[in-house]
Design a binder for this molecule. Structure first.
Ligand code: C5P
Length: 412
């Protein structure tokens, strides 16, 4: 599946050391089916050459490029369905906040029609990132509806470990999909989410059989991670409780890694009281070996019977404990009689929204990059959505949650 099939994206590259990753990012955008045009700042050319990028896409690196009319930036901005600046340097971020247009990326960004979303991925040393003057620029851009992808924690070019890394390509791609789906993040949306806490569970659990074996399932964690990112990008404070997955750590949220259903239950209990929204997207094991063996069980000739005991139903507990105003979202993966089972589950678990996956629908559920979901509300409403990438599904699910919390506290 091409996640950005035919979409027009202007990629801005600016002078952060992370610019050396830009050709890989460009290649990934193209592989996902996007049509890309590139704009570079003069400092970006210190890190990556125009010729490298021009092998893959049209590149402009000056405000007055030779051979193009003076209004080239207007044409490029109108062509764009979204603009991504990655990496975005401290200088470019500050220029954007005050409206300076003296480089190709800032000129195109400021020429974008108001309905075209701008995504920026700042990458810089921690000292720079944490300067109050820079944080004010970030807040200013967010207030305008710009998608600011938080930088990741890790090793920086300076050798220090801190916040400031360019997020993994997958995280950047996910934000671009979010922006293409939801558009400019309007201030009323940010107001709805600012100060709200969202708890998301994701991934499978592993239930130990012995010291080296476990029972698990094929969940990749992608749906839950995409949801956590979607809530983060709208401005919520997100805690992600995740079973074992291969996915990179999403920046800008608190990640609690767990293995077993019991550990997931404990982690959720530790955060649920303060959560305004809880989304249980994890594929939690329903049974766990009753007596896991301490060492490794050796091959033998006899049959081996495993006795299993039920695990705590995390979502059902949350449904019983929830406080007024807390919104609960559950998932259901059904194999047969999906509608009636889903309706039963919605009532039994006491959720405000049930996201249904069926194994009968194409491109749905576990493992893959796409999902087909239906949304069921307690009042009987049903919303069937077409197959899309998990990030796009996540944007739609968050929209449904906005309807729920917007109605309960009247903020919208
Ligand atoms: O009952 P079933 O497992 O089909 O319900 C699925 C929903 O319940 C999902 O939202 C899943 O995250 C949640 N669940 C849970 N704890 C369990 C089993 C499922 O929170 N032990």
């Amino acid at each position: 599946m091409e996640r950005l099939h035919g979409r027009h994206i202007v990629l801005g590259i600016t002078g952060s050391i992370a610019a050396y990753k830009a050709p890989l990012l460009l290649r990934e955008l193209l592989q996902q089916g996007a049509k890309v045009r590139v704009v570079m700042s003069p400092s970006a050319r210190q890190f990556v050459t125009e010729a490298t990028l021009a092998a893959f896409a049209p590149v402009v690196a000056e405000v007055f490029p030779a051979g193009l009319p003076g209004s080239w930036h207007v044409e490029w901005a109108r062509w764009a369905e979204a603009m991504l600046i990655a990496p975005c340097s401290a200088t470019t971020l500050s220029k954007l906040a005050v409206g300076l247009c003296d480089t190709a990326p800032t000129l195109v960004a400021r020429s974008l029609p108001r309905t075209v979303p701008l995504v920026v991925a700042p990458a810089m040393d921690t000292e720079l990132w944490e300067q109050p003057v820079l944080q004010r620029s970030v807040a200013q851009l967010q207030e305008e509806g710009v998608w600011v992808l938080p930088p990741a924690l890790g090793e920086l070019a300076s050798g220090a470990v801190g916040i400031g890394r360019l997020p993994e390509v997958e995280s950047i791609l996910s934000a671009v999909e979010g922006a293409l789906t939801t558009g400019v993040l309007l201030p009323q949306r940010r107001r709805l989410w600012s100060g709200r806490r969202v708890l998301v569970t994701a991934g499978p659990t592993r239930e130990p059989v012995d010291a080296v074996r476990y029972l698990s399932n094929a969940s990749s964690g992608r749906m839950g991670y995409a949801l956590a990112e979607a809530f983060r990008d709208r401005g919520a404070a997100v805690v992600l409780v995740a079973g074992p997955t291969m996915l990179p750590e999403p920046p800008g949220m608190k990640l609690c890694r767990v293995e077993t259903a019991e550990q997931m239950y404990e982690a959720v209990q530790g955060h649920s009281a303060e959560a305004d929204v809880v989304v249980a997207a994890a594929a939690v094991a329903d049974y766990t070996p009753a007596e896991p063996v301490a060492g490794k069980v050796r091959r033998g000739v006899d049959e081996w019977f495993l006795r299993l005991r039920p695990t705590p139903d995390i979502l059902a507990h949350l449904g019983q404990q929830r406080r007024p105003g807390q919104a609960l979202v559950g998932f259901a993966l059904e194999v047969q009689a999906e509608w009636s089972s889903a309706r039963q589950k919605l009532a039994a678990k006491g959720v405000d929204l049930l996201v249904l996956n069926s194994l009968h629908w194409g491109r749905s559920g576990f493992g893959g990059e796409e999902n087909t979901v239906a949304l069921l509300f307690p009042d009987g409403r049903l919303r069937m959505l077409p197959p899309r990438s998990k990030r796009v599904c996540a944007e739609w699910i968050v929209n449904a949650v906005e309807e729920i919390i917007g109605v309960t506290d009247g903020t919208e």
